[in-house]
Design a protein around this ligand. Sequence first.
Ligand code: 4NP
Length: 162
Amino acid sequence: MTAKVLMVCLGNICRSPTAEGVLRAELAKRGLADRVEVDSAGTAAWHVGKNPDSRSIAHAKKRAVDISSCKARQVLSDDFHVFDYVLAMDNANLQALAQLQPAHSKATLASLLSFGSLPGYTEVPDPYYGDGAGFETVLNLIEVAVNGLIDHLVAHNLRLPQ
Ligand code: 4NP
């Protein structure tokens, strides 16, 4: 059984492509790359078609995560029929997604950090207008949450021995 996971932020050029790349990398480390399909999208359309922010690409690269070929797209209501998990980076995007989610769609809508976080954080802060430290915080939070997510997928969806 495969699971489909969609990571969602506002612009789909900083946080959600980072979450997509880190999830792919952590899945590969655990030998689960072919068991989970991963994508990302934004609730806003401003950056559609663009690669991630160069700062996000550079900070991810320092951790051996390559997100340079991601292309921004806007989330669609149909995504809730396609993906098993639609995971928001922050509460504003979680609310926007709740508005978009069709009745009776299959996706579980949740905050990414509900699967794991660092003390004091319930959201992945938007790094776009900040400095390099913000991009490191994004990666630190996403690494913890993604590992919690994979544990959850293994326990509840993939039904594989850990
Ligand atoms: P993201 O960050 O939602 O993590 O991709 C942002 C990217 C662009 C903008 C805001 C946040 N923007 O205002 O253009």
